[in-house]
Design a protein around this ligand. Structure first.
Ligand code: DPP
Ligand code: ZN
Length: 845
């Protein structure tokens, strides 16, 4: 397959002015008739080059006349000499087959409904078109079908018997095109914008799901208001539609005026959704809505700039969620996810810059690095320049580039011009892969504390040497009596090694370094357990407070794994103090009670030069859970009762209490043979507690009966059944995990055609660390078989699954050999997709 490079970017030979599309929908024989006005690019004249894949060309003309054209599997090309050197109309008719489109890219069918997914390069499977984000056109779409609901982008202009016409006045790239047709019902809503535009809102779902839309609608209205209040950005059409689809590769898609959602990311009810689902749904609705300005009105010049819209939009949805719930809790959750996914990626063969310089298949770059590290960069920028300058820079960016397709350079230039700062060194965050290591040493004399930092970033594929980056390091100082003596100050580090001083201190304070996780780095700091416990008790920064508890837990686990040292009493007492401190937010207490995951521990050991033994890690974690349960045995029942909530409300307060209640239950279950968990399972009126109780039982090796009851109770609910599939794989005993996953793949309700269901089983399998890496390698072989089988249907989701193997070099020679064999077996498969080929090749290195 061909590699595409950022440095080869070239403007198109032709721009699009307007596009008229007619769809005559039929499952296997949909006709797409296009009429496109092209305008030659005066600055880069050349052939007309249109993308097109899996299309059957019926006819094509230029200004109504037949011309010479070259058509192959991927392109339609008309030589410059055969084209007018002024605007012209290209017309084509093609036939496509939505029903057999299992890749879920382009136009496809899901439960009898037609829908589309065009980002990144799906529009080329709909008709011949310059399928690249820098070509923007005004679309008018006519949908012909007997189905009752016919939707496309923009505003509705005409509705008649068997057809509907939509017009989108905002020029957009093809990746934002969308069409939906089906038997759908709507949950309606309204929103009036700051300038008085009355907007009709709809969430469209399959009949039966209409009672699961209210929460999403409220989230949408809050998002619209927030973007006005916080960024001064208003909605710009008369209607905003959201559609829920069961078969969807991603979480959701921000098509202009017609967002399409994986049903798991929009449908919500207390009976079927957990608190985590509610939080995620609120965040994703906001994310897709926010794209209307950061992505749609201003889009990417090319796909290398993906982080321009994704990093920024993730940052925006994170801030929104923090405002709606709790910034402290949200930040800790973000760091947990960043470390689990992005640091893992940055540390292995798939490491790439936030703005990659080459790709084979762009779908493989919708990664934690582009999204989450991309968001961290925006957060750092804001920390460095301050809130006011950040808003000024954003305003300038919107004003300068509205309606354009731009680059990271354009984004940074707006901030340089708004603040007068030079951001050239800061820009390295976009081009340098790898997680910086930040070492710190401290000295104190005559009332002065000196912090000396040294930064370095390990080599990553294609990047052996790294230059120093700009690091905002937020620091506060805590005095010996536990009071804060210096409030948070942001140190700006730009050199490889740099010192900062704090003067006028009476006694030697304890420094709280990297507050709020102010930069995505790995902090290397020598610190004894007593100092950690001191900060856990006294730090005013919630992130650092939590971090200290986490590091104590990690040290305890590592000592258990390496030396069989039982947990120190000081650690257990520190956890008890947090658990029983009523002045702390329950959500925060639940996070402190949570232990580092097994994958995290494997990486920690590997970084310390020890080959991780997955079973040993698992056993140590279980041992620590047992110690915690026994040590806290008197407090657990009390907290469990205190955290009982009344009527279910999926807000920060209610979800925080339930989170603490369930963490406590999970320990309690180790002491009471599951009595409390079984009771909660049978009386719970909400999915959070029902699934939480079931998880507590399964994690303790109990819950057979409850698992069966759960499956019986929810057998008709697709989304809840995904939980049923996932829980048993995720919590299977290590020796059984592969068998459980294999058996479930033969369950009558298992299907490879539904990405959610596939992920429920085979996304959960690598999440069971000791199970996935169980001696013998059965899980490796099973996952390889499944990836090969799925690739024939859905390359994009198959490619995603290969990430399970990205950490293979951490493990012992036997495991490495087995994983290598699995990867090579995948790569050797004839007809393997470009997507999976690229991933496996990069992982093998
Ligand atoms: N749907 C994906 C997202 O919103 C890609 N744009 O991030
Ligand atoms: Zn996005």
């Amino acid at each position: 397959p061909q590699t595409i490079f950022l440095r080869d970017y070239e403007a198109p030979h032709h721009w699009v002015r307007d596009v008229a599309l007619t769809f005559r929908l039929a499952p296997r024989t949909t006709r797409v008739i296009s009429r496109i006005t092209f305008v030659p690019n005066e600055l880069n004249r050349g052939d007309l080059v249109l993308n097109g894949e899996e299309l059957q060309l019926i006819a094509a003309t230029v200004d109504g006349a037949i011309v010479n054209m070259e058509v192959d599997d991927t392109h339609l090309r008309i030589a410059s000499a055969d084209l007018p050197q002024k605007p012209f109309v290209f017309e084509a008719e093609v036939e496509i087959s939505p029903e057999t489109n299992t890749a879920l890219e382009g136009l496809y069918m899901s439960n009898g409904m037609y829908c589309t997914q065009c980002e990144a390069e799906g529009f080329r499977k709909i008709t011949y078109y310059p399928d690249r984000p820098d070509v923007m056109g005004v679309f008018t779409v006519r949908v012909e079908s007997d189905l009752p609901v016919l939707l496309s982008n923009g505003n509705p202009v005409e509705r008649g018997d068997g057809f509907a016409v939509w017009h989108d006045p905002w020029p957009k790239p093809a990746y934002l095109f969308a069409l939906v047709a089906g038997e759908l019902v709507n949950h309606p809503g309204r929103f009036t914008t700051a300038s008085g535009r009355d907007v009709e809102l709809n969430i469209w779902v399959r009949p039966g799901d209409e009672d699961k839309c209210a929460f999403g609608m409220e989230a949408l209205r809050k998002s619209m208001k927030w973007d006005e209040d916080t960024y001064g950005r208003e909605y710009d059409l008369d209607i905003f539609n959201i559609v829920a689809v069961d078969d969807f590769n991603m979480g959701a898609m921000e098509n202009k005026g017609l967002n399409i959602f994986n049903s798991s990311c929009v449908l919500a009810s207390k009976e079927t959704s957990t608190d985590a689902n509610f939080e995620r749904i609120e965040g994703i609705i906001a994310h897709e809505y926010f794209h209307n300005w950061t992505g749609n009105r201003i889009t990417c010049r090319d796909w290398f700039q993906l982080c321009l819209k994704e990093g920024l939009t993730v940052y925006r949805d994170q801030m929104f969620s923090g405002d709606m719930r709790s910034h402290a809790v949200k930040r800790i959750e973000e760091v947990l996810a960043l470390r689990a996914r992005q640091f893992r990626e940055d540390n292995g063969p798939l490491a790439h810059p936030v703005r990659p310089e080459s790709f084979v298949e762009i779908n493989n770059f919708y990664t934690a690095t582009v999204y989450e590290k991309g968001a961290e960069i925006i957060g750092m920028l804001r920390r460095l320049i301050g809130d006011e300058a950040y808003r000024k820079g954003c305003d300038l960016y919107f004003e300068r580039h509205d309606g354009e397709a731009v680059t990271i350079e354009d984004w940074l230039k707006a901030f340089e011009d708004a603040t007068g700062r030079d951001l050239s060194q800061f820009a390295r965050w976009y081009s340098q892969a790898g997680t910086p290591r930040l070492k710190v040493s401290e000295s104190f004399a005559e009332g002065r504390l000196t912090l000396t930092f040294a930064q370095s970033t390990p080599p990553t594929p294609g990047q052996p040497d790294k230059a120093p980056q700009v690091l905002p390091i937020a620091v506060g100082l805590i005095g010996p009596n536990g009071d804060e003596v210096v409030e948070t100050r942001v140190l700006e580090m730009t050199e490889a090694t740099q010192s900062f001083t704090f003067d006028g201190l009476g006694a030697r304070p304890v420094a709280s370094i990297l507050r709020d996780f102010s930069a995505p780095v790995i902090l290397e700091r020598e610190m004894d357990a007593a100092t950690r416990a001191f900060l856990l008790a006294h730090d005013t920064d919630p992130f650092q407070k939590w971090e200290m508890g986490r590091m104590l837990a990690k040290d305890t686990l590592v000592a258990l794994i390496l030396e069989d040292t039982p947990p120190a009493r000081d650690y257990l007492d520190a956890i008890r103090a947090v658990l029983t401190d009523d002045s702390l937010d329950p959500a925060f207490r639940a996070l402190v009670l949570g232990l580092p995951g097994e994958d995290d521990l494997a990486q920690t050991l590997f970084d310390a030069g020890v080959t991780p033994d997955p079973q040993k890690i698992h056993d140590a974690r279980e041992t620590l859970r047992g110690s915690l349960a026994r040590h806290l045995s008197d407090a657990l029942p009390t907290v469990f009762r205190q955290m009982e909530t009344g009527a279910f409300v999926p807000d920060a307060d209610g979800s925080g209490k339930r989170a603490l209640r369930l963490s406590v239950l999970s320990l309690l279950t180790l002491l009471d043979a599951g009595k409390e968990a079984k009771a909660l399972f049978s009386k719970a009126d909400n999915m959070t507690e029902q699934a939480g109780a079931l998880a507590a039982l399964l994690a303790a090796g109990l819950g057979e009966e409850e698992l069966a009851a759960f499956g019986q109770m929810w057998r008709h609910d697709r989304l809840v059944m995904d939980k049923w599939f996932a829980l048993q794989v995720a919590l299977a005993a290590p020796a059984r995990a592969a068998d459980v996953a294999r058996d479930l793949s033969h369950h009558p309700d298992f299907t490879m055609k539904n990405p959610n269901r596939f992920r429920a089983v085979f996304g959960a399998l690598p999440g069971n660390h000791a199970g996935f890496h169980h001696a013998g390698g059965a899980a490796y072989a099973l996952l390889a078989d499944q990836i090969i089988a799925l690739d024939a249907l859905n390359p994009q989701t198959a490619a995603r699954m290969t990430g399970a193997f990205e950490t293979w070099r951490r493990y012992d020679a036997d495991r490495q050999a087995m994983i290598r064999a699995a990867l090579e077996r995948i790569r050797a498969k004839t007809g393997l997709s470009r997507d999976v080929t690229e991933m496996v090749t990069r992982i093998l290195g």
